[in-house]
Design a protein around this ligand. Structure first.
Ligand SMILES: [Zn+2]
Length: 220
């Protein structure tokens, strides 16, 4: 692991668990940081301000899930190449502890999510070359049958290779761990403008029918 990452993880670890001079971050302090519940029901994100300790990484983000009984905090450390390392925690009333079997040891950071981003889509378990090839096939509509995960909150798509353990994947955009399993179909994606016009036509027709019905009922 490179020095920048090591320093960032050590910093996050001190922040969460404290050290000799200060206690660790409590759940209510985290809630104040992310703005819960003022900013909504979550998940809520917070990016740590750039400090010298974080100069070796692109960003460190906290995602808070107030309603999730299993995972309440996901820590994301993005390295300078844009690779993200994720750690999952739950609050046990006193401190943050590992959530389930997910890795939370901040020191063992060799495991990366290995996501490659091409355009708006993400590819898990592919080399950058493979990801680009697949992205092209997707764009051309030649990738029917390819499986991906869809984030219902923001529409982010994560295409995954067969060896990828999908239960560990979360939305790389918003941190949402509940992703939908999807398969690309042959049908070309509908032009959003065309879809909108179709919706308008249907709506207009429904209104006309309603007006006709009311006229019949109420007379002229
Ligand atoms: Zn998302």
């Amino acid at each position: 692991m490179d020095e920048g990452l090591k320093r960032a993880f050590a910093h996050v670890e001190r922040l969460l668990f404290g050290d000799g001079s200060r206690p660790g971050l409590t759940r209510s302090e985290l809630e104040r940081l992310v703005g819960y519940p003022v900013k909504g029901e979550g998940p809520l994100g917070y990016e740590l301000p750039k400090t010298p300790e974080l100069s070796g990484v692109q960003a460190v983000r906290f995602y808070y899930y107030p309603k999730d009984p299993r995972i309440q905090l996901i820590v994301e450390v993005e390295d300078l190449e844009g690779r993200r390392r994720l750690r999952h925690f739950r609050w046990n009333g006193f401190t943050w502890e590992a959530s389930g079997e997910r890795k939370t040891d901040l020191r063992s950071t060799e495991e990366a999510l290995g996501l490659v981003r091409v355009g708006e889509d993400y590819f898990a378990g592919y080399t950058p070359e493979e990801a680009k090839e697949l992205a092209l096939a997707v764009r051309k509509g030649e990738a029917a049958g390819v499986k991906y995960l869809l984030c219902p909150k923001d529409g982010t798509r994560v295409f995954y290779a067969p060896q990828v353990k999908t239960q560990d994947l979360i939305c790389p955009t918003c941190g949402n761990p509940t992703l939908l399993y999807k398969t690309l179909t042959l049908e070309a994606p509908k032009d959003p403008m065309e879809a909108l016009l179709e919706e308008q036509r249907a709506l207009r027709q429904a209104i006309e029918e309603l007006v006709r019905y009311l006229r019949r009922k109420l007379g002229p």
